[in-house]
Design a protein around this ligand. Structure first.
Ligand SMILES: [Zn+2]
Length: 306
């Protein structure tokens, strides 16, 4: 079933001869893998899924080699949400939230009231790109706006790229989906571009979260642009990819030093380091701790975990 709907794929589309382009993404297995070690309340999970889909759409749209980070600093139930996507579409994400505030929100659709309860008033939506080459860093910040994350993303493109952009996002426990359409600068020179853009706006507003989650990309694009020839390109795979790993945790513990690590072991019975992103626990029992400090590689320390 995953394969039929094109899960874990990002695809690009164009309207033949018209200054409009789009990107579409759906995650299934990668989205479930990303949350394998953490159980989020449904509304937080929905916002996290939308942010993951949004980070892939941003990475697909903006040209860079490196890592893109989408961050929401909120004043509602979600205090901080971070979704990262590499130029090769490796994603990871985490949300910090106030449990006492999420219970009242309920549901999986985070638009309107629910979105405001999650993100709060006066929140910030930040996009950071760390490019591999020459340590280039770019950052754009807009206020968390309107009644959905999709609308905040539209505001972001409007402010940073001056490109009219329409976005739809949806997520549930099984998948997360994003659809983004942009009107390109040369639209002013095209006869009929305004009519096409109006059609996009109407089509986007008609796409329900259910249609986004359950229908194929062909059907969604057909709903969006029923009277145009749309060229849908082959997709690129999207995967869950965290930067944590046994090696990094081993280096971290060696950098802490034998005394401190043995002290934790004595107090807790084992040493557990949990990745701050994917929450994967790395557990070291007494034997594993001793191996850390008797290995020949013990002098090769690096304090970096991320
Ligand atoms: Zn991790």
């Amino acid at each position: 079933m995953d394969a039929d709907l094109g899960h874990d794929t990002v695809r690009r589309f164009l309207v033949d001869g018209q200054p409009v382009r789009g990107h579409w993404v759906r995650l299934g297995g990668a989205w479930r893998e990303l949350r394998a070690n953490v159980e989020y309340p449904p509304p937080v999970r929905a916002l996290l899924g939308e942010a993951v889909a949004a980070s892939v759409l941003l990475a697909a749209t903006l040209k860079f080699r490196g890592r893109l980070t989408l961050q929401i600093q909120g004043s509602g139930a979600v205090k901080l949400l971070v979704a990262q996507c590499t130029h090769e579409f490796g994603v990871r994400a985490v949300a910090h939230y106030d449990e006492s505030l999420t219970a009242a929100i309920g549901g999986e659709v985070c638009v309107g009231e629910a979105f405001r309860a999650l993100a709060g008033e006066g929140g910030r939506f930040t996009v950071t790109i760390e490019a591999d080459e020459r340590n280039l860093r770019y950052q754009g910040i807009v206020p968390v706006a309107g009644h959905s994350l999709a609308q905040s993303l539209e505001e972001y493109f409007n402010a940073s790229e001056q490109l009219p952009t329409r976005v739809q996002l949806a997520a549930d426990a099984e998948g997360c989906v994003g659809l983004l359409v942009q009107k390109l600068p040369q639209a002013a020179e095209h006869a009929g571009a305004d009519a096409l853009w109006r059609s996009v706006e109407v089509g986007m507003s008609r796409l329900s979260p259910q249609a986004l989650l359950r229908e194929s990309v062909e059907s969604q694009v057909g709903t969006l642009l029923p009277e145009y020839d749309v060229r849908l390109f082959r997709g690129a795979p999207v995967s869950f990819e965290c930067r944590c790993g046994e090696g990094r945790v081993t280096s971290l513990l060696r950098a802490l030093g034998a005394d401190e690590v043995r002290e934790i072991l004595a107090e807790e019975g084992a040493v557990t380091v949990t990745c701050e992103f994917c929450r994967r626990p790395y557990r070291f029992d007494a034997e594993a701790v001793e191996a850390l400090f008797t290995d020949s590689g013990a002098s090769d320390v690096s304090p970096l975990i991320h």
